[in-house]
Write a protein that binds this ligand. Structure first.
Ligand SMILES: *Cc1c(COP(=O)(O)O)cnc(C)c1O
Length: 837
């Protein structure tokens, strides 16, 4: 692909470097070039923070003047040099991993939340994907992002005077977005064509630059397409099932085809949620074509390089398509892969024979992956429960789903003041390495400094809210005096709580409203006031969510607390950053276990905010009494129990949070509060960063997946052997059975002798083990038994022996026969298992 110069318009030669800077979305977190943009046009910069749009907009005259301005040109050159120097620098990956890894990690996601100039995300999933790419730039991990360019993205929100949500779908004009057409080496705009029923869909391709990383985007708004098809990529999570299916085909099939067209070698394909699972099929199809192998062979080989990250905490959250619709759309693909459509549909079903069962994208993803992970420790557990039906007779603990807890890209979420504070205490490149010394360094910061830092953060937020509210009110037709009241909204020194997220039922955005009188007392205490800043959108079709929005509106107007409770419209990345940089306490109240991870609470860590949250998602593993507050008892409850957790929330606010914040020493410092801040900042910031997350993905998944994939690609006979082994298991393992099982206690060990009749299963194709469940949530015990002499008079039957420590009842151990083949993931790739009963 061409990555050279691209000019939005004719421009003086001396300023071409501005184009390079404007197209590199690194400006969204690295603010080095801000001064340049401000100089270009201060008003436009404040309004849009989109350098690309500014380059398209400013006059020739202005450009001409700057091209003659020595100081400006010097500054520009400095930025360009700094950028080159940064990219040339070794980073974690190039220092520690490189050499062992060739090629790319293709990262597929339905949404990417990088910055507001490229609005192609809706919420947490997209923000994670954006933070992921930015970190891949920081650590120089060779990731290439694949997504869709939506003409209208996700909706923008306003509220009318009754607190009802109004939805807008402003058009994303591609010339104003910091993306450029993707051109091949001859300069031709790359188009990818995929098959839809009775027609082809042409997808235009775009390139966005995220520092040293590239994000490739596809869109269907091409005049070559049928008029109806041009809108396929118009809205994120809009339209019905059919449009979603079309979008997912564009992403998965179109995306992988694009990588192939560009010749980008990607041993690892990382699916950020099941939406992109069709990439598995396209990868498989192209492998078949190139290596002239069967569908099953190709799937076995390619799946070894696929990682599926699931984000869904309940089975109902998966995309499931009707069988008829799926057959209609995937018929051609099945034909190309020389399998029946039923065989293809089976990949997305829990039961092969059930023709009425829909096509579940998560099942496809799991069946086409070499590894699967959830996004927090708890979500790993929850996912093992959800996917249990695909692994009959396996214990939940062994359902093959691990976890990598999400994080946030700290340099994107820290305030300028936080940046300064952390730079002074921990150094400039603190987020680029392995973060070991951060905790210690931060402990040296004084209480006064920390408190000053916190106070400034809060005050800046209050100023922002006042400006923003004045704007909101005026645009609703408020008279000037009304709008000027906005300057009395909120107090710069009052305890400030933040609550912002999607208004979805499970997030319980109205939990604080369970007892309005009690909330009111908290808010209006004259000596120890509390103020609350809210934001969040309800999905356009989610009426319950919209009702909850209105409930807050009604609360504010009924009790006339508009000066203590404010709702900021149109929650987006910028609002999220403002809030998380300024609040003292971030509140999150999901209904356990629905919050797979949650990331918004992680954004306050670097800025010295504290969390008060339900023990769900990331907080269930992060919380200790030293770093914040928790509600919930680590159990799941019905909605009828909400009132109990609301009571807990009020109680913690009344008896812990408020007193702690307002208890001041003779200098006016809340010592205990500051100590908590320091603990939270020091212990959690690095742990819940995407820096830690991406290193885990690399070390625990990418390296071995890439190895395994290449192994299978380069050793077709090995793959054939795996297929034969699997066939044998499927055919003969139902007749495996046990003979005598004898157990004896010898000293402090239990001795097992187990007779196993293997039918026609070769002895090396299975292992015999003792299995015992883990104690108190610990890992299960698996102890392999040694194969001894054949049993007299029987064909292919053996005595297996072994011992385990006698530190728990002997009845805890159950012998079983499990599949075995070197470097094959069990039970992900082969799941027959036989237990002694
Ligand atoms: C961080 C972020 C999210 C994710 O928030 P959670 O409450 O953790 O799900 C959603 N939307 C925006 C705009 C964000 O910045």
């Amino acid at each position: 692909m061409q990555t050279g110069h691209y000019l939005p318009r004719s421009m003086p030669d001396a300023l071409h470097g501005l184009v390079t800077l404007a197209l590199d979305l690194r400006w969204s977190w690295h603010h080095g070039s801000d001064v340049l943009w401000r100089q270009l046009d201060p008003e436009l910069w404040d309004k849009t923070a989109n350098p690309w749009l500014m380059l398209e907009t400013v006059s020739d005259l202005r450009l001409g003047t700057l091209a003659e301005d020595r100081d400006f040109l010097d500054l520009l050159q400095k930025q360009l040099d700094a950028r080159e120097a940064h990219f040339a620098e070794q980073s974690w990956f190039s220092r520690e991993i490189d050499g062992d890894f060739k090629g790319h990690i293709a990262y597929f996601s339905m949404e990417f939340g990088i910055c507001e100039s490229l609005p192609i995300y809706s919420g947490g999933l997209g923000v994670l994907a954006g933070d992921f790419l930015k970190t891949a730039c920081d650590l120089d991990v060779p990731v290439i992002g694949i997504g869709l360019l939506y003409q209208r993205g996700y909706f923008r929100q306003a509220l009318n005077v009754h607190g009802e949500q109004i939805e807008f779908y402003p058009y994303n004009d591609p010339t104003m977005l910091p993306v450029v057409p993707l051109r091949d080496d001859q300069g031709e705009w790359v188009r990818i064509s995929i098959e839809l029923p009775g027609r082809n869909l042409d997808l235009r391709t775009w390139r966005a630059q995220v520092g040293r990383r590239t994000l490739l985007l596809l869109d269907s708004n091409d005049p070559l397409n049928d008029p109806g098809d041009r809108g396929i990529t118009s809205e994120l999570y809009g339209g019905g099932h059919e449009m979603r299916l079309q979008q997912e085909m564009a992403l998965g099939i179109g995306g992988w085809r694009l990588l192939e067209t560009l010749g980008i070698d990607s041993p690892v394909c990382h699916l950020n949620e099941g939406h992109a699972a069709f990439a598995i099929l396209e990868r498989c199809r192209l492998f078949m074509q190139r290596y002239k192998v069967s569908f099953r062979h190709a799937l076995r080989a390619t799946r070894a390089g696929n990682l599926f990250t699931t984000h869904t905490p309940v089975a109902a959250g998966f995309d499931v398509f009707e069988p008829e619709l799926t057959s209609l759309y995937l018929g051609t693909l099945a034909e190309q892969m020389e399998i029946s459509i039923d065989e293809l549909l089976t990949l997305g079903r829990s039961h092969a024979g059930n023709l009425h069962e829909g096509f579940n994208m998560a099942y496809l993803a799991l069946r086409g992956a070499g590894a699967v992970n959830g996004v927090s420790r708890l979500h790993g557990e929850v996912s093992r429960r959800i996917f249990l039906p695909l692994f009959p007779r396996w214990p939940e603990a062994e359902v093959p789903v691990g976890h990598v807890t999400n994080g946030v890209h700290v340099p994107s979420w820290d305030s300028a003041a936080a940046d300064t504070l952390w730079t002074e205490s921990c150094g400039k490149s603190r987020w680029l390495g392995t973060l070991e010394t951060v905790e210690e360094d931060l402990r040296k910061v004084s209480n006064e400094t920390l408190w000053q830092f916190r106070t400034t953060g809060r005050q800046r937020l209050v100023e922002f809210v006042r400006r923003r509210l004045a704007h909101q009110q005026c645009s609703r037709g408020a008279t000037r005096p009304d709008a000027s009241q906005c300057s009395e909204i909120l107090e710069p020194d009052a305890l400030t709580l933040g609550f912002a997220r999607r208004f979805a039922e499970y997030k319980r955005p109205n939990l604080l409203l369970q007892d309005p009188a009690r909330l009111l007392r908290l808010l209006t205490n004259r000596d120890r006031p509390v103020q609350l800043i809210l934001a969040g959108k309800a999905h356009p079709r989610d009426n319950d969510g919209k009702t909850m929005l209105r409930q807050w509106h009604d609360f504010i107007s009924t009790y006339q607390v508009w000066d203590r409770v404010v709702f900021i419209e149109d929650y987006d990345l910028d609002v999220a950053a403002r809030l998380t940089q300024g609040v003292d306490v971030w509140i999150n109240t999901p209904r356990r276990p629905w919050e797979a991870s949650g990331t918004s609470g992680m954004k306050v860590l670097v800025n010295g905010g504290l969390n008060l949250s339900e023990l769900d998602g990331w907080w269930a593993e992060a919380w200790t009494p030293d770093v914040g507050w928790a509600i919930g008892d680590r159990l799941e409850h019905a909605p009828s129990q909400d009132v109990i957790e609301a009571g807990e929330l009020y109680r913690i606010l009344e008896t812990e949070v408020v007193p702690c914040f307002y208890q001041r020493d003779e200098l006016g410092l809340p010592q205990e509060w500051v100590n908590r801040m320091r603990e939270s900042m020091a212990c959690l910031t690095t742990q819940y960063s995407t820096n830690r997350m991406l290193r885990e993905y690399t070390e625990n998944y990418y390296l071995s997946l890439a190895d395994n994939y290449r192994d299978r690609r380069d050793n077709p006979e090995q793959v054939s052997a795996i297929e034969r082994w699997h066939d044998t298991l499927l055919r003969h393992s139902p007749r495996i059975h046990f003979g005598n099982v004898s157990k004896t206690t010898r000293g402090d060990a239990y001795q097992f002798e187990v007779q196993v009749y293997l039918d026609d299963v070769p002895v090396e194709a299975v292992q015999v083990e003792l299995y015992a469940e883990g104690i108190d949530g610990g890992a299960p015990v698996r102890s392999r038994l040694q194969c001894g002499p054949p049993l007299a008079g029987a064909v292919n039957a053996f005595t297996y022996t072994g011992s385990v420590p006698a530190n728990r009842p002997i009845t805890d151990y159950t012998p079983r026969v499990v599949p075995f083949f070197p470097k094959v993931a069990i039970p992900l790739e082969a799941s027959p298992v036989y237990w002694y009963t």
